[in-house]
Design a protein around this ligand. Structure first.
Ligand code: ZN
Length: 256
């Protein structure tokens, strides 16, 4: 379900001190690390893309990172697609997606049952895909921040997977580390996601390191079952979200 080609580029030359059993997220050394960290949550069907034992400590993996994964897999656009594709949760349960206008229940076999109510009765799936009717303003500040952080977690995991500790442990990513862990609560950042969805049974990501006059940007595009997500790992706020909105994206901000 999850695919990712290792990327290499200029950032491989950024040096960080050699690390051994130092946690990618809290940078603490010598903590127990008994399992593989899943870069994309297991509840998205990810068995393939993991970080080896010793990369992430148990405290982070079973604590804050599990909490962020949970926020992500229960995000409405994602739970909608998980239901559509019958992707079971970690506990093996296929989700039911419940919305104000619609309820979606996975049936035995390859079937989904839609129950429309209220405005949802106008819902018409189109052959090429469909349009998500979610509204960003319904999300509280706390929830928006948790969702953005859950994507930062994936982003830093992928950078480690591609480039190893010498890049991922760079001080350049220390600020995003403290945001992921929740020790830095206030930050500038955004998460945009596409309204237009062409369902596909896979998750993948791409990103670039872009040198700018004000430091490096790391824009990511993560696609989860056909929903496109955009964010920047350097926690840049978005000056002109209307451009993304004009292109059919919903933009969530980390600020009130
Ligand atoms: Zn840790």
């Amino acid at each position: 379900v999850v695919s990712h080609e290792r990327q290499t580029n200029i950032m491989d030359d950024i040096a960080a001190p050699a690390t051994l059993n130092t946690c990618l997220y809290c940078k603490r050394a010598g903590r127990p690390s008994s399992g593989n960290e899943h870069i994309f949550p297991e509840s998205l069907g990810n068995q393939e893309l993991t970080l080896p034992k010793g990369t992430v400590c148990d405290t982070c993996n079973n604590g804050i990172l599990a909490w962020l994964d949970n926020a992500l897999v229960n995000f409405e656009p994602i739970i909608f697609m998980r239901t559509l594709f019958a992707i079971p949760s970690k506990a093996g349960k296929v989700p039911t997606a419940s919305f104000a206008d619609m309820k979606m229940v996975r049936k035995a076999g390859n079937r989904v049952s839609l129950h429309l109510q209220g405005r949802g009765k106008g819902f018409r799936p189109r052959p090429a895909g469909f349009r998500l009717g979610f509204h960003g303003h319904r999300y509280t500040l706390k929830r928006r921040r948790a969702l953005i952080r859950s994507f930062y977690k994936i982003g830093l995991g992928l950078i480690h997977y591609d480039h190893g500790a010498k890049t991922s442990m760079s001080t350049m990513f220390d600020s995003v580390r403290s945001i992921i862990l929740g020790t830095q609560i206030d930050f500038s950042g955004f998460l945009a996601f596409s309204r237009e969805v062409k369902p596909e049974l896979r998750c993948y990501a791409q990103y670039k390191f872009v040198p700018t006059t004000r430091g490096v940007m790391t824009p990511f595009e993560v696609t989860i079952f056909g929903v496109h997500f955009l964010f920047d790992l350097q926690q840049h706020g978005l000056d002109n979200p209307e451009i993304l909105r004009d292109h059919g994206f919903i933009v969530l901000n980390s600020e009130s």
